[in-house]
Design a protein around this ligand. Structure first.
Ligand SMILES: [Zn+2]
Length: 108
């Protein structure tokens, strides 16, 4: 049994055959109604998503989940240069730790 998505009117067999595209009771065009409902749900979903993101930002500003990186090329280059430069002091720190650890092992 076909039912109108707008007014819930149940179409008779005859009406289903005759007017398959619009409701004989309220006159709504099914395709338009369904598309509009879909768009409204999409807008609602986006708004809830944005609200959710806002709440997430306020609740835990330090907690970030990276799912994808879409960065302009030169920003990425800048980031990688900084990363490479940061590797120098990081490497020195690791060398000192490693040196301390091996010296300690040799003393035993
Ligand atoms: Zn209807």
């Amino acid at each position: 049994m076909q039912q109108c998505p707008s007014c819930q009117y149940e179409l008779t067999m005859k009406e289903q055959v005759e007017a398959a595209e619009s409701c004989p009771s309220c006159g709504v065009i099914y395709a338009d109604f369904l598309r509009e409902r879909e768009e409204a749900m999409e807008r609602r979903r986006r708004r809830l998503e944005e609200q959710g993101l806002e709440q997430l930002k306020r609740a835990s500003p330090s907690h970030v989940v990276v799912t994808d990186i879409d960065m302009p090329f030169w920003s990425l280059v800048q980031f990688l240069v900084k990363l490479a430069l940061a590797f120098v002091p990081a490497g020195l720190i690791l060398m000192v730790i490693f040196w301390g650890f091996t010296s300690f092992i040799r003393l035993m």
